[in-house]
Design a protein around this ligand. Structure first.
Ligand code: THU
Length: 158
């Protein structure tokens, strides 16, 4: 039996059309791209995490000469938010990249980052909205991690 799933997401034509909260978060992620440590890829990723108390924590990719030792911007941001305010639910995360030509470009959370985001959804029993800058200034919005990782590994499996 073959089963199919459909991924529902919003395509917003430009940042200016976002709801204020999402727009502000994406702007914070854009600013953060300047703080990336990406001497090897020259690909700066910036993220901003919004918690339920209104606090925003940013994160950027941190690379290392021993390549696997680096970390994606999403995990830097979410681990940092969780370290600072461990009991405050995470509402949303905005993601954007800046390429080697210093132009904003598309970025999507990798599989490992999605799994980490999924952990905090389970912890707080609340969906995390993903706001991802996409091609030509458009923005994609996913209402919850399961839109991108529908078969996430979960605590009930263990
Ligand atoms: N990177 C992120 O920070 N987030 C992603 O979602 C994908 C990739 C980083 C890892 C590496 O430092 C650079 O982008 C190029 O892959």
């Amino acid at each position: 039996m073959i089963k199919k799933i459909t991924i529902e997401y919003k395509l917003i034509a430009s940042i200016d059309l976002l709801e204020e909260e999402d727009k502000n978060l994406l702007h914070k992620a854009m600013e953060a791209t300047n703080n990336a440590y990406s001497p090897y890829s020259k690909f700066n990723v910036g993220c901003a995490v919004l918690q339920a108390d209104g606090n925003i924590t940013t994160g950027t990719n941190q690379e290392n000469i021993a390549y696997p030792s680096g970390l994606c911007a999403e995990r830097v941001a979410i681990f940092s938010a969780s370290s600072l305010r461990p009991n405050v639910p995470i509402k949303s995360i905005a993601i954007v990249a800046k390429n080697r030509h210093k132009r904003f470009c598309e970025a999507m959370p990798c599989g490992a980052c999605l799994q980490v985001l999924s952990e905090y959804e389970q912890k707080f029993k609340q969906k995390i909205k993903i706001v991802a800058y996409s091609n030509n200034g458009t923005v994609l919005i996913f209402d919850g991690v399961n839109k991108l990782l529908p078969f996430a590994f979960a605590s009930e499996f263990v």
